[in-house]
Design a protein. Structure first.
Lengths: 218, 218
């Protein structure tokens, strides 16, 4: 693993296992694109909060959204946040408790979230979100009303202060421990999509679109 | 869904979709027990951080651990944290963009993290962690050294300020939209374990233990 790009700031600089770190845009983007599921941390009255949500990337910006009444979005807009995306790829089983680990891909983004205020831009961002996951779906849907758009807040953040951290491969045991008769290895984990579960209220004859039938992340 | 237990504090009280909320111990515990993967939010210099890690529960306490040099653990010990566990169970595809949603189970825990200082208690907690996921493994491993134990920090928190939020089932569309010929339904997601990948350096004849062969969460 190369490390051509230095940490952009002190808080992105990896303290532990820094050899697992990457700071280049491709490394960050590939993790953001691998799953929409993320966690946003924010501060209210000096105290930390972590809320799971869904993110999407356009160029070098990341976006997330929700109800305009959301405490998370209100506490994030115009404020410092930390957005984390982590994919857990496996449990790493070593010969000592100490060297047990997890294989993962994690991206940590810092910055100040901004609210997408312009209605046209907000609509474009939301369309890009839906189309990014489900190509062709936006135009199949009942169009959003003005009221629905007002009730939705979109936040965005430039990806200019971020770190990726990745672990892959077998355990790294103490050399002497490889002589021990202990099973070691990796238990791989992945997200799987089960067959779609159609709404019982779907109209007769409505076909399952390809963006559902062939759905996958990334 | 019943709501017999009120929110323990104002910050645990759900603002949005409060009908999805549960505040009783069984609801919280069942989510913590369903996956060890969690995110811990903490504050450094007034700014939020979210770090993915692994949690385990013993009775009404939750624990997490890492290197004693970890920035996350040092910034959490004796300080306010928010620990979140979220399982994403499916994408909810509605007839309007607005009503698209996610099926999930999420537990949000607030409190002050404490460091497990007593060496015997620390060892007992770490053993419980390994045994909870992989029954029988602790005693098969090369025992931890004093130095390894010193290099490991265990943090704990009483589960006394927590909220669970759960969404299940099909989309909830506007009544008029059910007349539209749009495919709606749920795309179920689950974590899957692939066949274990033995370390190429395993000794000849070392058998895969049952806790690997039959591994599952919860």
């Amino acid at each position: 693993m190369t490390q051509n790009t230095p940490a952009p700031t002190d808080r992105t600089r990896l303290r532990r296992m820094h050899e697992r770190g990457q700071y280049d845009a491709d490394s960050i983007h590939s993790i953001l694109d691998a799953t929409p599921i993320c966690t946003v941390a924010y501060v209210i009255d000096g105290k930390p909060y972590a809320t799971p949500t869904i993110q999407w990337r356009e160029g070098n910006h990341v976006y997330w959204h929700g109800s305009s009444a959301s405490r998370m979005l209100k506490a994030s807009a115009g404020h410092e946040v930390c957005l984390n995306v982590t994919l857990t790829d496996g449990f790493v089983m070593a010969r000592s408790a100490m060297h047990h680990s997890v294989n993962y891909r994690s991206a940590m983004l810092f910055g100040t979230a901004h609210k997408v205020e312009d209605p046209d831009e907000k609509a474009a961002r939301l369309k890009a979100f839906v189309e990014g996951l489900f190509p062709g779906r936006w135009d199949m849907l009942r169009p959003p009303t003005t009221q629905e758009m007002k009730a939705t807040t979109v936040l965005g953040m430039e990806i200019d202060e971020a770190a990726a951290k990745v672990r892959t491969g077998p355990p790294g045991d103490d050399e002497a421990d490889y002589a021990l008769p202990i099973w070691a290895g990796v238990l791989p984990i992945r997200s799987e999509f089960l067959p779609p579960d159609p709404d019982p209220r779907n109209l007769a004859g409505v076909k399952m679109p390809d963006h559902i039938r062939n759905f996958q992340f990334g």
